[in-house]
Design a protein around this ligand. Structure first.
Ligand code: ZN
Length: 386
């Protein structure tokens, strides 16, 4: 344990070295929490994992196809006689030097995986797997993100494609004791009018219970398309009472985050991690109660940060902005939800108190009804008092 603690303290020192410009006040606020107590639960990695699985949390950033396990993808490719790039099956297709990562490599592999989803049964299996695995990792709420137009050809239209996902979300919720809602997301690479069609479709199924549409998003390459062109789609969703949770602030910087915040008024933002370099923006996000869905493994997989240590989790924590950790696309980025918490603890030195704070942020950032949130918040208190 001694040796491990020493390694962790070295990590924390190196984090200080990487962030020389960080607001001193922020660091002062969080540094007091970094001592490792005798009751630390992390010295044994297996024990640490088991402990974090018990921490109740919500998973607010997980994409449909990207949620698959490598094994499930392998099975589907065999079933449909599709030969996959071996890179996709090696579990860490984006663990390559930073200059070989990036969006295009990611998108090529993601599209290849999506081609293996060919039947209603495949779609149901993906939702069921995601719910089961999340529940096993301590997630009490899963808001899974789908772009139904990708799967409309399978089901003969947008409406049946979404309905089968909602139907399975409801069934999987009961089966695995987790509340699964669906976020309908338009792709930035599609025409903005298509986004309006999706917003109208999403609005018809709006709700805050399992098997309903709980939000409207905007995904795909952040550098593609013009966010302003999607504002009418956002307004359609908002008028129907659907909270917005577009991607922003992963591949583009603070300016894009500010534009989305001030023009779309989102409840959450997919990523937003680039706000860490702008204390004023962080303060505005906090003031506007925007929850950031931060996905460290995704940031590293896309080459946004060279390694996990450089993802600015401590700056985000120190700012007091609400953060919900997410896995984004574990199929490609290798880690699921619990792994993000584990990295926060082992790489960034998060204490139990800090992990519980972000777990609460994830629950509070969920748009599911209090029926699902209250017991989860109580479970977090219990975990902290264990
Ligand atoms: Zn995403």
């Amino acid at each position: 344990m001694q040796e491990w603690n020493h390694a962790l303290l070295e990590h924390i020192d190196s984090l200080h070295a990487h962030e020389p410009n960080q607001d001193a006040e922020q660091l002062a606020h969080i540094d007091t929490d970094y001592s490792i107590s005798a009751t630390d639960h992390t010295a044994d990695p297996a024990q640490g994992r088991a402990d974090l699985v018990k921490l109740a949390k919500a998973h607010l950033h997980l994409h449909f196809t990207g949620s698959m396990t490598v094994e499930r993808l392998r099975q589907m490719s065999k079933k449909h006689h599709i030969t996959l790039d071996p890179e996709l099956l090696n579990a860490h297709p984006l663990r390559v030097p930073a200059d070989r990562r990036g969006w295009y490599r990611f998108q090529r592999l993601y599209d290849m995986a999506r081609r293996c989803v060919q039947t209603e049964e495949d779609m149901r299996t993906i939702i069921d797997d995601a719910a089961r695995i999340d529940a096993e990792e301590g997630s009490k709420i899963l808001e899974i993100q789908v772009t139904p137009d990708s799967y409309a050809p399978i089901m003969g239209g947008l409406t049946p494609a979404l309905e089968v996902m909602l139907d399975e979300a409801k069934k999987a919720s009961e089966r695995h004791h987790i509340a699964v809602g669906v976020i309908v997301a338009a792709a930035r690479t599609s025409h903005p009018l298509k986004a309006r069609t999706l917003a109208r479709l999403a609005a018809r199924y709006a709700g805050d219970t399992p098997g309903t549409v709980v939000g409207f998003g905007l995904s795909n390459d952040e550098r593609s398309g013009n966010t302003a062109d999607f504002l009418p789609a956002f307004q359609i969703a908002q008028r129907a009472g659907l909270p917005l949770m577009p991607h922003g602030g992963e591949l583009l910087g603070p300016e894009h985050i500010g534009f989305i915040m001030n023009n779309a008024h989102p409840a959450r933002m997919g990523h937003g991690v680039q706000a860490a370099s702008d204390p004023e923006l962080l303060a505005q996000l906090k003031h506007n109660h925007v929850t950031l869905e931060v996905c460290p493994a995704s940031n590293v997989g896309l080459g946004v940060f060279e390694n996990k240590q450089n993802v600015p989790l401590r700056a985000l924590y120190g700012s007091g902005v609400a953060v919900a950790l997410g896995a984004d696309d574990p199929l490609l980025f290798g880690e699921r939800l619990e792994g993000q918490y584990e990295d926060a603890r082992t790489i960034h030195g998060f204490t139990d108190e800090m992990l519980a704070t972000w777990a609460r942020c994830s629950i509070n950032g969920s748009v599911m009804s209090d029926t699902y949130k209250k017991p989860a918040l109580a479970a977090i208190d219990q975990w902290l008092a264990r």
